[in-house]
Unconditional design. Sequence first.
Length: 512
Amino acid sequence: MAESARRGRGGGGAARRAERSAVSFETAKYIQRNIPNFEILNEEALEIIEYNADTVLEEIGVNFPDNPEALELWRAAGADVSGERVRIPRGLARELCKTAPSEFTQHARNPERNVVIGGRNLVLAPVYGPPFVRDAVGGRRYATMADFNKFVKLGYMSKWLHHSGGTVCEPTDVPVNKRHLDMLYAHMTLSDKPFMGSVTEPSRAQDSVDMCGVLFGEEFVQQNTVMTSLININSPMTFDDVMMGALKVFAENNQASIISPFIVGGAMAPVSVAGTLTQVLAEVMAGIAYSQLIRKGAPVIFGAFVTSIDMNSGAPTFGTPEASHITYGAGQLARRMKLPFRSAGSFCGSKLPDAQAAYETSNSLNMGLLSGVNFMLHSCGWLEGGLVSSFEKFVMDADQLGTLHHLAQGVQIDENAQAMDAIREVGPGGHYLGCAHTQANFKQAFWKSDLLDYKPFETWADEGARDTQTLATARVEKLLGDYVQPPMDPAVVEALDAFVEARKAAEPDSFM
């Protein structure tokens, strides 16, 4: 773990207070689970879903519209291609998926921030994609590049976040055809954590690869994975040419893609858990198989973005039992394919960072930990069904991600953890506050929030009776005030500046 802190001078209590209040740039290592995954499906159910998914691919097929190159690749691989419909013989997609790695390392410009995606690891990344932002002062509004930069800084300063993410909000004050350049530049210069590439158009995916070539060196990029990017499937069972074009660029250049159905149960998939899992598996297998047709061994992640729908309003719902059932089951299916798994996040449908947001988010985060997720996009900052990136909720969620780290550690049973010396020392009727075991372990014994209020009522009232959103607003201000940009080679910064300037000058602005 990397750490940079300002230490106060003085001895005794002053030194301890200074240590507690010191600015820290420490980032926790990605989570390594020491607890079992929750498996909701038995062997019979898994085999039925796998059989039905192969049936979907063979009998119904999937569409690859406006993509003659993809159709030709499928035809050469042995699929039945009719128009834009691709029917994949039973077992072919699963066999093609076998060349995808079971885990891979995504490199950061600071090697101490590298993450390993797959196995029993969990990498946490922030919210992705909202066009709006919200804070306590400005309310709900369209996002700007200044907002984007603030979120990147908050992500860099957040101890429990391992990844800088991608489109943490959509900066609407920058032309559509050029904003990806500014977003990538922000991730590369304002943070030294790993980040995501652009997928909104194949040329923008290529810009992502080219900018990484400037940052890491072209040869390093071709030999190592330095980006993870989100490729959404247009459920049900449609692989649009823009996303597939971006996937092609990343796969050809050895960069990772999350192949992720976008499922709203009852709208884009059946209302039943088993039916949705069947469609998810069919779509993921087809997408990952296609990535391997482009380049064998290209790193990919089995994705599942799943929510249900309110049958009265048509609005998506989050933190529901059905979404948990599907996510648990998808995790089992991913592990059977020996592939990294992406799902879950700080999902909620609430308009504010309130009790509804907290309940739904807590359900979603814990579901992600227990389902065996390896890459959790949207792990902090999500509000209003993904329409809003919230500054307050970003730091509230980022704080709670610490509980996932501690839950994942499991229960220790070594001699120190057994605490027999402490039990003997205290005996009947005593207390443990002053015993040797407590004194030796109290600093690391319990997880402690950096945000929530544990003070007595009188102290809390004297300090203004602040609720959680008020505390979060103050924490946003503190983190941004404490932010120090990570050092970077000036020659690399200059080369990135030149690349961005040249690309922006190469075409007129477009807001469409």
